[in-house]
Every structure is written in structure tokens, then in C-alpha cells.
Design a protein around this ligand. Structure first.
Ligand code: GTR
Length: 333
């Protein structure tokens, strides 16, 4: 199986080359877009909507080929290729951007957002715009944020109710030092790995658990291997759609505006699908026998995050973002 995957991936990558423009601003090939999720996942449906709008609004001139299911590689690898222009568009979580784009750390912080509404308000508003713009010096154009709900811990061992229940567990985290530090602070052993490796890791006991939202927990089938899902809701880092600045610079301002607007217009479409999917995924895993528990004392988790925040929020720009995002929080929590 792995062999087939590698061959497909290599074939796909071999075809990837920097975008060029033929006459009338027509790209010499479709735009390539990477997403780690399967075809029917809301992020993929979001980018499909965006691509359809771009195609319609350019009279079929600009088309996009979507490589879903991580066909082109892990988020970290495909991001690198995107920066070099071999992939034009990429839908990733904010986590793999944390290493080089400090503004992206802020919405990735544990226990920053007080609710999904708070997260949406902040990302739809000025803080979100600032984070999107901050990517440009790093070779990426931030087009829009998509929802990723709230991440919670799941594991093979038993329910997590206090940080003590995490003690000594090997927990897979995304490739971000922030999440390594977060899991360490909770007393567990963080193991960074790409999403595609986690299922095997759980089955073989390389890791005891991981953390994610309901839809990813379900679509990756991690729930089959790790049956305890504990609602810590510790992170609400969003998804982001980026375009390679190299590809972007080849388009006219009018086309660039079409991309921006199509991305914006795809957000409510994605969010409606997302809300449905969260419910469906939750019902499906519970019906399959997953044991889910609420966590009564969230402060026991959030209180020990202070040193993590202190280590990762280091610049005035980040501090200002934290302040501005907090100012948009819910009065009612
Ligand atoms: C999902 C997210 C993916 C990826 C994944 C992970 O929630 O949509 O982009 O970041 O988590 O944990 O690797």
C-alpha cells in the first residue's frame, strides 16, 4: 500500500513545475492545490468551491487541480514546495506555519479563544487580516481561514479528566514546537509526526494518543484505535488557504482580486459544511462505541499554559494580536 502511495506521489510531484502564463493571462497548466484531507472533508469541499468560483469568474481561463488525501505529501513538505512555487495553492492547518511565521502562533495558542464564535469573529476581523498579510514576506499569500473547530485529546488508555491522566502518555502532536511544549507542560511525552503516520502509530503503540477535532478523529479512523475522547477543547487553531507568492505574482491585479474574493466567498460554504460534519462525526464515533467525557476543571489545564505562552509570545506584534483577539472575546464566555 505504502509503495502505491509513494509511486502516485512521486508521479504527481514529477509533474509539478513552476506556473507560467500563456497569452491573455491563461496559465499554461491548471493550478495545483494540496490538502491533506479526503475528498469529502469540509476543507476539500471549501477549496473545491473556491476553485469553481475562480473558474466561473474567469470564464474557464483559470482551472485548479485538487490533490486531496495528502497525495502530495505532509503539510510541512507541501508547504515548502508551495513556497518554491511547485504547488500553487495549499490548505493547511496553522501549525506547520508556526516555525517561520510568528503571527500564526497567536491563534494556535492553547485556550486563547473562548468559543467557536470568538474564533470566527477574530479571524473574520482585523486580527485575521493581519495574520494573512504577515505571510507575504515568507513567500505565501494568505487567502482565507477555514474552521477547524476545537481540538481535544484522545487516547487508548482511559478518559482524561485532569492533567495527571496524561502523565507519561506518548501523545502525537503536529509539527510545531508550540504543541511539543504544550504537551510537555501537561506532563505527557510529545511525539511530532505527520497526520498520515498517526493511525499506524496508534495501532502499533508508537503513540498512546493524539489530539484533534471530531471530524479528523473520525475521518482518519483514529477512533478505531484510540477509543477515549476527552473534551479538553484546548486549541482552536484554524485552517488556512495559502497561495504561493511565486504563482500569485504571475497574475494580474484583477485576477488576484478574483482569487481573494472566491476564497472569501468559499468561507461560509465551508463553515456550513463544517458545522454539519462536526455533528455527524460525533454521532458516528459515539455510535461506534467511543467513550467521550467532558472535562469539568478546564482551568487545571489552562493554568499550566502560562510558561508556554511566555515562551512563544515574544514580540510586540504578537502581544498586540493577543490583546486584540482577547478584546473580541465573548462577554458570556
Ligand atoms: C486537522 C487539520 C489538518 C492537520 C491535522 C493534523 O484538524 O485539518 O490540516 O493539521 O489536523 O493534526 O495533522
Amino acid at each position: 500500500m505504502a509503495g502505491v502511495f509513494d509511486i502516485n506521489r512521486r508521479t504527481a510531484l514529477a509533474g509539478l513545475g513552476a506556473l507560467g502564463l500563456a497569452g491573455c493571462g491563461r496559465p499554461d497548466r491548471p493550478l495545483y492545490l494540496a490538502d491533506t484531507h479526503v475528498e469529502d472533508y469540509p476543507t476539500v469541499q471549501g477549496v473545491q468551491a473556491m476553485a469553481r468560483l475562480v473558474e466561473e469568474r474567469t470564464g474557464g481561463r483559470i482551472r485548479t487541480q485538487i490533490y486531496a488525501g495528502g497525495q502530495l505529501g505532509s503539510e510541512r513538505d507541501t508547504l515548502e514546495i508551495t513556497i518554491f512555487g511547485g504547488i500553487d495553492l495549499n490548505r493547511v492547518n496553522l501549525a506547520p506555519l508556526n516555525a517561520f511565521a510568528p503571527e500564526t502562533i497567536v491563534p494556535s495558542l492553547p485556550f486563547l479563544f473562548t468559543s467557536i464564535e470568538h474564533m470566527r469573529r477574530a479571524l473574520d476581523g482585523a486580527p485575521g487580516d493581519r495574520i494573512l498579510t504577515s505571510l507575504e514576506p515568507h513567500g505565501l499569500i494568505g487567502l482565507c481561514f477555514y474552521d477547524s473547530g476545537a481540538r481535544s485529546f484522545y487516547n487508548t488508555n482511559g478518559p482524561i479528566r485532569t492533567p495527571d491522566d496524561l502523565a507519561g502518555l506518548k501523545i502525537r502532536v503536529q509539527n510545531s514546537d508550540l504543541y511539543v511544549a504544550m504537551v510537555e507542560a501537561l506532563g505527557a511525552n510529545p511525539t511530532p509526526m505527520s497526520l498520515g503516520e498517526v493511525y499506524q502509530g496508534l495501532v502499533q503503540g508508537v503513540v498512546d494518543g493524539a489530539e484533534n477535532n471530531w471530524p479528523s478523529y473520525e475521518s482518519t479512523r483514529h477512533f478505531e484505535a484510540a477509543r477515549y475522547y476527552s473534551l479538553t477543547r484546548h486549541v482552536m487553531a484554524p485552517e488556512i488557504l495559502v497561495m504561493s507568492r511565486r504563482s500569485w505574482n504571475r497574475f494580474s491585479e484583477a485576477d488576484q482580486e478574483i482569487f481573494r474574493q472566491a476564497a472569501r466567498d468559499s468561507v461560509p460554504i465551508m463553515r456550513a459544511l463544517w458545522d454539519e460534519r462536526v455533528e455527524r462525526a460525533r454521532e458516528r464515533v459515539l455510535a461506534a462505541g467511543v467513550e467521550a467525557n467532558e472535562v469539568d476543571d478546564i482551568a487545571a489545564f489552562s493554568d499550566i499554559m502560562t510558561p508556554v505562552w511566555d515562551r512563544f509570545v515574544v514580540s510586540d506584534i504578537q502581544r498586540q494580536l493577543v490583546e486584540d483577539i482577547r478584546a473580541l472575546g465573548d462577554a458570556d464566555g
